[in-house]
Design a protein around this ligand. Structure first.
Ligand SMILES: [Zn+2]
Ligand SMILES: [Zn+2]
Length: 353
């Protein structure tokens, strides 16, 4: 055997060793759809034999609400450590956070106490947790503008029904999955179903869609929609001294139910014709998807095509339909106001659908 062959062999062993025994935590945990970073961190910690309360010391962090704080800001050194130890890309880690973005003002504030009628930092749907193979917390549940589950139609909950404490998995000192209350051990999947009136759920979905559509547009209208949503308690005459983010989920349900019975002035006043009409249409249709479907029906009827001859292909052209819808809306708006801008709205429609 030559010296060269020996060196080549030695190099090959070192390369393989790096592959099969990397400097990583033993168990990998894949993020689940819309999973919040803190939820993934709690699952990761427990899968690797560390209770969530002890995990911040591994990351070089202090105790308390360490993981909800990372949801809001993931420092570069922590992101690098997590990426190195799990093999998950920093982009994937960042996608689980709630930092920045147009919806940030709607995030529930971090509170580790759960005073009566005040918001807690996290909500959950018991039916989602019950349906999960590995129960986890969704990013959407952090938003004050969300009060119900779009999948199950029930109300979200923001505290344990047994001890009334908020979600505190970050302080869980034992090896207990996060769907058990960290304070009393109650299985949150068994929480009684909370009901929300259908009118309030329609309004909630429309609000979510309006914020989403306008945030993609990236204009000043984003903050306008969000700031109007933050002021909904005043519009509904409920605890007018507080913004939406400070109310408990039950109080926000009451707020949305009251608003659903009122005119939409709170959402559209002082706006120009086209923009106000677009918001009004989304609310009237019960959401963006429903609006597009109605507009497709409208166009079909306009062509004089019999409904029975509707082809499946109609659904595939939603961006064109919405573009046409916006052009119609803006031509109406142009008559009502000289401020309408057809081109920018059409570009926007293509990017959101
Ligand atoms: Zn659900
Ligand atoms: Zn409890």
């Amino acid at each position: 055997m030559t010296g060269n062959a020996g060196r080549a062999f030695a190099i090959e062993i070192r390369e393989r060793y790096r592959d099969v025994a990397p400097d990583k935590w033993p168990v990998a945990v894949e993020p689940l759809p819309d999973e919040l970073l803190s939820s993934w961190l709690h699952r990761l910690a427990m899968a690797n034999g560390i209770a969530p309360r002890s995990f911040p010391s591994v990351l070089g962090l202090g105790e308390g609400m360490w993981s909800p704080r990372l949801d809001l800001r993931l420092p570069r050194n922590v992101a690098t450590l997590l990426s190195d130890q799990t093999g998950l890309g920093i982009k994937n880690l960042s996608a689980m956070t709630m930092s920045g973005g147009a919806m940030a003002p709607l995030l529930l504030p971090l509170r580790d106490s759960a005073h009566r009628n005040r918001s807690t930092w996290m909500q959950y749907c018991p039916l989602c947790l019950a349906a999960d193979e590995a129960p986890y917390f969704r990013r959407q549940w952090r938003l004050a503008s969300r009060v119900s589950c779009f999948a199950h139609g029930c109300g979200l909950r923001d505290r344990c029904p047994a001890c009334r404490a908020g979600i505190a998995t970050f302080d869980q000192g034992e090896f207990v999955p996060q769907h058990f209350c960290a304070r009393c051990g109650f299985d949150l999947r068994a929480a009684p179903k909370a009901s929300v009136k259908a009118t309030a759920r329609r309004l909630e979905r429309a609000i979510a869609d309006i914020c989403m559509v306008e945030s993609v547009k990236g204009s000043a209208k984003t903050s306008d929609a969000v700031s109007r949503v933050l002021r909904t308690p005043a519009a509904a005459n409920i605890r007018s001294g507080r913004t939406l983010t400070n109310l408990s989920t039950a109080a926000r349900v009451g707020c949305f139910e009251a608003l659903a019975a009122k005119p939409l002035d709170w959402l559209v006043n002082d706006m120009d014709g086209a923009d106000a009409y677009r918001r009004w249409m989304i609310v009237a249709a019960g959401g963006h998807e429903a609006l597009i479907a109605r507009f497709a029906d409208f166009l079909e009827g306009h062509k004089g095509a019999p409904r029975s001859k509707r082809t499946p292909g109609m659904c595939a052209d939603r961006s064109e339909l919405f573009g046409a819808y916006l052009r119609v809306m803006h031509s109406d708006g142009a008559r009502a106001s000289a401020k309408g801008s057809c081109g920018s709205s059409t570009r926007h429609s293509k990017s959101v659908i």
